[in-house]
Design a protein around this ligand. Structure first.
Ligand code: BG6
Length: 484
């Protein structure tokens, strides 16, 4: 597409997300000729910086966070000229907003985006102040980072408050997992390949495992993370979105309304978790000290400033989707920090052969979707072992590595999502009712855990998590499949 111009206001422009993700993403798209020279990327925050000082900070961020293969000093220089900075507390509607408003172009049809990279409790006051200062045009959009609230009530309050000033089609709730090429590819895999979609149901599939394991601990983010935990941080948004891509019925088009309608149906079809299910079908745990990649690391409590907490850094949940397609097929979700490896995968385990004609019992096949790293898919098949005379079976895989197949750079998820917000394309953003349906399912688990219905366990840093997560699957004769 040819380059075009827009005004993009980043609220919280000195923060980590802006420096690590947003500016590098815009740089890539500028380098790819999608952004023209009239574009203004306007940072705001409370620090009293000049635009020149902000550009210096941004220049360092680009050097640090843009991949070496795509960093080009003269391109970076040209890109930095698009940046401006206005010191302004955007929750203060009566502050002096003139410096900001005079930077914004008023020509009809020009996209204007406010990107809120701040704490969720500031979303409503910021939206109020933007409206009070009359900065909302027909082509103005607001982007909200996750988390949208901490429970259903606070999410509803944010949605109501922002909805006072912006129509739903102007509100872009970002979930960076939806910007991942491999997550988007789940739709292509299922709906562009009839051989896959024909077996994508309870007749052929025994269960599904969705894993997002990380080696990092909470690092400097303890004060946020300790109020969130793995359920709010990863499941309410990212992993339920992945689950709905895996489980949804085919939408009639890849278009915002119909696609999000289908995701919503899945979120609403999740079987509500009763106290009994929370006791037997969930596991929650926190990392203890241990060793990650050969380095000794402290416990979660060591990482917190005030070392008391029952926040989970790991969880495993057995979920059920009450639809005709998925009756009797458990969906297992697990995620955690300080685990043995960084790996996000969806594993679809097929049902075994009903009647064995071989001396060995064949392994029922499975499809592995590698969301990251080593992006790709593999299908494991039982094959005759050529080194034996009898019909001995061994597993072998059909494997596609996307990097090899497409021989192209993997864009960061923010690149796609930022440009989609500018264009006004909502297909990869979360609609209000999806956020609320997710909270609706998650909230009883939060409450059950707060009431200690399922006690908190610990696991050593660098391990595969607590053993109870294995027991959760063993009950149905299943096992978690690790890739490495
Ligand atoms: C973020 C969470 O939304 O996603 C982090 O707040 C987590 O805690 C991150 O580390 C994981 O993202 P990715 O893209 O590395 O899987």
């Amino acid at each position: 597409s040819s380059p075009f111009g827009f005004d993009f206001v980043i609220v919280g422009a000195t923060g980590d997300l802006t420096m690590r993700k947003l500016l590098p993403a815009f740089y890539e798209r500028f380098r790819g000729d999608q952004i023209d020279g009239t574009t203004k990327i306007i940072g705001t925050a409370r620090s009293p910086l000049s635009s020149e000082e902000y550009r210096t900070k941004a220049a360092e961020a680009l050097k640090a966070f843009v991949a070496a293969e795509t960093y080009d000093a003269s391109k970076a220089e040209a890109f930095l000229r698009l940046l401006h900075y206005v010191p302004l507390d955007m929750t203060e509607q009566n502050a002096d907003w003139s410096a900001l408003s005079s930077l914004l172009k008023t020509e009809k049809g020009r996209p204007r985006v406010f990107y809120l990279a701040t704490a969720p409790k500031l979303y409503v006051p910021t939206a109020d102040a933007i409206a009070h200062n009359s900065l909302i045009t027909d082509t103005t959009r607001i982007v909200l980072e996750k988390p949208i609230g901490t429970d259903l009530a606070s999410a509803t309050a944010i949605n109501d408050g922002v909805g006072q000033h912006f129509r739903e089609n102007q509100i872009f709730r970002i979930d960076h997992y939806l910007g991942k090429q491999t997550v988007q590819n789940i739709l292509a895999l299922r709906f562009a390949n009839p051989i896959i979609e024909r077996i994508w149901n309870a007749d052929s599939i025994a269960h599904v495992q969705i894993t997002a394991s990380e080696t990092v601990g909470v690092g400097q983010r303890g004060s946020y993370y300790d109020t969130a935990g793995a359920l709010r941080d990863m499941v309410q948004n990212h992993l339920l979105q992945v689950l709905s891509f895996v489980a949804m019925e085919p939408p009639t088009a890849i278009a915002p309304t119909v696609l999000r309608d289908e995701k919503l149906k899945i979120l609403r079809a999740l079987r509500p978790m009763t106290d009994d299910m929370i006791r037997t079908d969930t596991v929650r745990a926190q990392y203890a000290a241990g060793e990650v990649d050969g380095t000794t690391v402290g416990s979660y409590l060591d990482d917190l400033e005030d070392g008391e907490s029952t926040t989970e850094t790991y969880l495993a949940i057995r979920a059920e989707i009450r639809t005709a397609r998925w009756a009797g097929v458990p969906f297992y979700i697990r995620t955690g920090k300080r685990l043995a490896q960084k790996e996000t995968t969806v594993i679809v385990q097929f049902r075994p052969q009903p009647w064995a004609i071989f001396p060995d019992k064949p392994e029922p096949g499975r499809l592995v979707i590698r969301i990251q790293p080593n992006e790709g898919i593999s299908l494991s098949l039982s094959s005759k072992d050529p080194s034996t005379e009898q019909f001995c079976l061994r597993e072998a895989s059909l494997d596609v590595s996307y990097e090899k197949a497409f021989n192209t750079r993997y864009p960061d998820s923010y690149e796609d999502l930022l440009m989609a917000a500018v264009r006004g394309d909502q297909v990869s953003f979360i609609r209000r009712d999806e956020v609320e349906a997710s909270w609706h399912w998650v909230e009883p688990i939060l409450n059950g855990w707060a009431a200690n219905i399922r006690p908190l366990e610990t696991y050593p840093a660098g391990s595969r998590g607590p053993k109870s997560a294995d027991d959760l699957l063993a009950r149905n004769d299943f096992v978690w499949k690790e890739l490495t």
